[in-house]
Design a protein. Structure first.
Length: 273
């Protein structure tokens, strides 16, 4: 077992991948955790014909000749958020993203496009600077969706938006779905908050299924090429994650997406609507 945790985690993951492909007895590579790590290692495993199963990486542009991904990508999440907005009878959404060009900006754009495709009025902008007042920019929006990573100003932003209009739905992507933010929210703001995450259960379930898929492929295949081909050709597999197939790009066909509410300062699964 090789640990991908390090100060320079992408470089560590890359070193692990090179070590794996250099081992003639290695028939599969399980990992990595972060999308940036998978983006780096998938090229190495693909060139070596080594099956790589990434349990939880969600970046939509991940590709690899031998890569299998078990968690829905960010584009699926954008469509899931748009579907919820429609069912919640939201008419106008303000999409706010952070300054990250690897996550906030592109995923924010996906969310805006998905909402527009469902007939909602959409505005999109970067997160407000310290000298700006979010309340001045709300207009007729009945929901604000924040796409990015929760920073030190997240609690104040949430409360400012709720104070400006207590009827607003305050939504966040998985980068904001963190326990410390949930604990800090006032009950009335928490009641109007929902977070959207790619997983629909504990992350351990995805690790379990990744290993189960690898073992089944190993049981039927005798070399790297066969093992990778078997895993990539998965169809209608029954698993702890539900039934899924793997498409031509190595992505799971699962479109179900997780949603969290905040109750008593805790993140809980939201099964309403």
């Amino acid at each position: 077992m090789l640990d991908g945790f390090a100060a320079d985690r992408d470089a560590q993951a890359l070193a692990n991948a090179h070590r794996a492909v250099g081992d003639d007895q290695a028939l599969a590579y399980l990992g990595d955790f972060h999308s940036s790590q998978v983006e780096a290692t998938a090229r190495v495993t693909g060139e070596a014909g080594l099956l790589q199963v990434a349990p939880v990486a969600s970046y939509s542009e991940l590709r690899g000749e031998t890569l299998v991904r078990l968690m829905p990508h960010d584009g699926v999440g954008a469509r899931a958020i748009a579907e919820w907005l429609v069912r919640a009878r939201v008419r106008e959404v303000l999409v706010v993203h952070d300054y990250g060009d690897q996550y906030g900006e592109p995923v924010g754009a996906m969310c805006a496009e998905a909402a527009r495709s469902r007939g909602l009025k959409v505005r999109i902008r970067r997160v407000w600077d310290h000298d700006e007042r979010p309340a001045d920019d709300l207009g007729d929006a009945d929901s604000v969706l924040y796409v990015g990573v929760a920073g030190s100003g997240a609690v104040g932003l949430w409360h400012d938006l709720h104070a400006a209009d207590p009827r607003l739905w305050l939504l966040g992507s998985e980068g904001v779905a963190v326990p410390w933010l949930a604990r800090a929210l006032e009950p009335t703001a928490a009641a109007r908050t929902r977070f959207f995450v790619a997983n629909r259960g504990p992350l351990a379930f995805y690790g379990f299924e990744a290993m189960a898929l690898v073992l089944d492929a190993l049981a039927a295949g005798s070399d790297r090429a066969a093992v990778a081909r078997l895993a990539r050709s998965t169809r209608d597999r029954e698993s702890i994650l539900g039934r899924y197939s793997i498409d031509a790009e190595g992505h799971t066909t699962t479109t179900a997406y997780g949603r969290l509410a905040v109750v008593g300062g805790e993140l809980v699964w939201d099964n309403a609507m």
